[in-house]
Write a protein that binds this ligand. Structure first.
Ligand SMILES: C[S@@+](CC[C@H](N)C(=O)[O-])C[C@H]1O[C@@H](n2cnc3c(N)ncnc32)[C@H](O)[C@@H]1O
Length: 493
């Protein structure tokens, strides 16, 4: 019904919100097209009574889309109960009015709608219910939860810990608590940031999902700015559809670049391609539209341990060792390498810039340094605009002419037991990492621009022999030319 008008209500209510509290409460209300898509993901036939949870309901856009399905002939034969939580009293009158309109529309279809609209903190109330071991009551949950970091000393963190769930963001808390309160075979559809798909902070959340539910569908908004265009939210969002306790089958992955979903595409993938069976981190890989050749290659199956190589974050945190830094190399100092030294396929050092070039070698600092040798370095941070996420270069000891080198914390370093690796392997790893295949593969499991040592550690590599051959070949060129590297890699993929 009111999908046209609900957008007007949403925009009007958003203007009335206390703008300084908006970020704190994560108040970005869902446009009706997205809400309709989300509600459309629930199973078509439903023959037992429905109890829907809408946690952080705003003006009720998601519940409205859910009820629209019933009005539009959804084959669900029972009455509907709704429990909606909304902490902000400003939004409650809008929510009440919307639901009461649906109540009268549904009554004309002989469907009784019972609602419980709660001006409560969802986390507090849900934890209370879980602690009291109240049996799960919900058959469906639809949510666009607030996205906000949970402070380590906050009441939310304390409450979540009390039920054994550690998490760092409100959105993962909302989804986890909703899942816990779903009945078996209950369905959950949520629009959330993609950041939980990898990274150590979200491991327990990923485990909770993968151990308790089947992932049926993931929709990826490929452009960062589009899902909440009116609100200018810079997040890469996904919509996820889970079924509690159901056997895991294939996963549908759909994609679109905008909120009108007019360029929608979808494919289905074996679950093992989304969550690797032997991955203790339970990373969630969302295959990129461009074919992920690495994923499917029999030649790229080696771990760093197989190569006898490790990767670590650069140990020199410059602001902690300020007194030891030097803008120019001097007697008693060694090279300190930053991302801004990246040049060609190696480094340009020393370099005129705002960053230091050297660090004192003394008893306080020495333990942070690597001995002279060949190493592959990877930048940890890139900007959203940059074409490539993974950018690698080689430390060539001939250029630095120093017994030790310092590697700053904005870099990752490939080494072997804290020593250098063979020259060919260093160039080979760098060439491989600079390929577009790695870029596509990396984007399939990482939603952010950061490249962490854990990400590089869990990736697969060609064999040591193939990497060394690639390195020997790559050394001949002035730069790592992605097109040439791709052509070379295609021979082994
Ligand atoms: C991202 S908005 C989405 C609103 C609505 N679900 C929609 O899709 O339009 C999140 C909502 O959660 C509410 N909220 C934030 N923290 C909450 C909490 N602890 N308990 C209940 N609601 C909360 C906010 O006021 C906001 O309305």
């Amino acid at each position: 019904m009111i999908s046209g008008t609900i957008d007007t209500i949403r925009i009007k209510a958003t203007k009335e919100l206390n703008q300084s509290k908006r970020a704190e409460l994560g108040q970005f209300l869902t446009p009706s097209v997205i809400a309709k898509f989300m509600a459309g993901l629930f199973k078509k036939d439903y023959n037992t009574p429905i109890h829907l949870l809408d946690a952080g309901a705003g003006v009720g856009s998601l519940t409205a889309a859910f009820l629209d399905r019933k009005l539009n002939g959804w084959n669900a034969n029972h009455d509907i109960q709704i429990t909606a939580y909304e902490i902000d009293a400003i939004l409650l009158p809008y929510l009440r009015k919307n639901i009461s309109e649906y109540k009268s529309l549904l009554s004309k279809e002989n469907c009784v709608l019972k609602e419980s609209l709660l001006n409560l903190d969802f986390i507090v109330d849900a934890v209370l219910k879980i602690e009291k071991e109240c049996p799960p009551v919900f058959t469906h949950a639809i949510l666009n939860p607030p996205y906000k970091k949970i402070n380590s000393s906050s009441q939310h963190r304390f409450l979540l810990s009390s039920i054994g769930f550690e998490t760092v963001n409100l959105y993962t808390a909302f989804v986890a608590l909703s899942l816990m309160q779903l009945k078996d075979n209950g369905e959950l559809v949520a629009i959330i940031p993609r950041s939980f798909c990898n990274g150590n902070y979200y491991k327990s959340f990923r485990k909770l999902i993968t151990q308790n539910a089947a992932i049926k569908h993931i929709h990826l908004f490929e452009s960062r700015t589009q899902a909440f265009k009116d609100d200018d939210v810079l997040q890469e969002n996904i919509i996820i559809h889970l079924i509690k306790g159901a056997p895991q089958g294939k996963v549908i992955v759909s994609r679109s670049t905008n909120e009108s979903l007019n360029d929608f595409t979808e494919n289905s993938y074996p679950y093992e391609q989304i969550v690797k069976p032997d991955d203790s981190e339970a990373f969630i890989h969302i295959p990129n539209l461009k074919e992920n050749l690495i994923e499917n290659s029999d030649a790229i199956t080696y771990t760093l341990a197989d190569l006898g190589v490790e990767v670590s974050t650069g140990p020199v945190v410059d602001f902690r060792v300020k007194e030891h830094l030097f803008m120019e190399p001097e007697n008693g100092t060694i090279p300190l390498l930053y991302p801004n030294h990246f040049n060609g396929k190696e480094l340009d050092w020393p370099k005129q810039s705002k960053k230091p070039n050297a660090i004192a070698l003394n008893l306080d600092t020495q333990k942070m340094f690597y001995p002279s040798g060949f190493y592959t370095l990877v930048r940890r941070f890139s900007s959203k605009e940059e074409k490539q996420r993974v950018v690698a270069r080689v430390v060539n000891p001939e250029m630095l002419k120093s017994k030790f080198i310092g590697i700053e914390n904005h870099l990752n370093v490939f080494h072997s037991a804290k020593k250098g690796i063979s020259e060919d392997l260093a160039y080979g790893i760098a060439a491989y990492l600079n390929s577009s295949f790695v870029d596509i593969h990396f984007r399939s499991f990482s939603g952010h621009t950061q490249v962490n040592a854990t990400d590089l550690r869990q990736m697969k590599y060609p064999s040591k022999n193939e990497l060394s051959k690639l390195g020997k070949w790559a050394k001949k060129f002035k730069t790592f030319d992605q097109v040439k590297i791709d052509e070379q890699l295609m021979k082994i993929l």
